[in-house]
Design a protein around this ligand. Structure first.
Ligand SMILES: [Zn+2]
Length: 275
């Protein structure tokens, strides 16, 4: 695996108003590639003052977002699950931290993408947890995989499973070289035309990214795992389960909520909820 730096171009845009007034021909289609049971106590940090203190387990979808840009081609945001999970809830992974998921037949990302799987220009990963990256195993190995800096260094394939095995090129986004567009101190114009943005939202993992898709039908914010479910946003309480740094994760959620309040019309999708 070659690890490269993802070349960022400085954006000429200075505000989200201007960006949203210049939408691009890009569309999002969201696929459910499986589902997972999560505990509500931990989906909301129980130590947060505003925690709703609700308990029990909910089944939530594991998602992958297919982007088609009329001029620049097709991309994927997160890969969801590959076909290994239909017959085996652990997806063939035999490591100490293997995770259990649920998958119906033909729900895997490779099946749902069909011919589009070979036409992908790149896969951007919000972070490297198994439910966001296992689907890479369904895809051609020559598609570049792009992650936030810190993800590769922190990733432990012996503990979680080696989902990026045989991938030829992984590119890291170093947000030190990125733009500041209020309220975000670190964001990046991924395709160079203002159509797709990565926002640095660390906490859940070190290099975690959220995304904004600036399409003709209106902008969409994909929080990824800054919010597992929409209620993380409505209560203003970040998850603590599966989270590296809970305080930092809360700051990232607070920043996204500030953005959502500024742009009331924006469509917001949480990491494990349907748009
Ligand atoms: Zn995660």
């Amino acid at each position: 695996m070659k690890i490269k730096n993802y070349q960022l171009k400085r954006s000429s845009y200075e505000s989200w108003e201007t960006i949203f007034n210049n939408p691009a021909p890009i569309e999002v289609q969201t696929y459910q590639t499986g589902s997972v049971l999560i505990e509500l106590d931990g989906t909301f940090n129980p130590n947060h003052l505003k925690s709703p203190r609700i308990y029990g387990t909910v089944e939530v979808p594991i998602l992958s977002h297919f982007l088609s840009h009329k001029k620049l081609g097709n991309f994927l945001l997160d890969a969801g699950l590959d076909k290994s999970y239909y017959l085996d809830p652990y997806g063939g992974v035999e490591t100490p931290q293997k995770e259990e998921y649920i998958q119906d037949k033909n729900q895997n990302i490779g099946y749902q993408l069909g011919d589009n799987a070979s036409k992908l220009k790149a896969v951007f990963l919000s972070h490297m947890h198994p439910d966001h990256i296992a689907g890479i195993r369904d895809l051609p190995k020559d598609i570049p995989v792009i992650v936030g800096k810190g993800e590769i260094e922190d990733y432990e394939p012996d503990l979680y499973g080696d989902f990026l095995k045989d991938v030829e090129t992984v590119c890291e986004i170093d947000f030190q070289d990125s733009d500041t567009i209020s309220p975000f101190s670190k964001c990046a114009d991924l395709l160079g035309d203002g159509s797709l943005w990565a926002i640095s939202t660390p906490g859940h993992t070190r290099g975690h990214m959220s995304f904004i898709v600036n399409g003709l039908m209106g902008p969409k914010l994909l929080t990824m795992d800054v919010a597992f479910i929409q209620e993380n946003i409505s209560y203003g309480v970040a998850p603590s389960d599966y989270t590296l740094n809970v305080e930092e994760a809360q700051r990232s959620l607070d920043m996204l909520i500030q953005f959502i309040r500024l742009f009331r019309g924006i469509e917001v999708t949480a990491g494990h909820a349907f748009p």
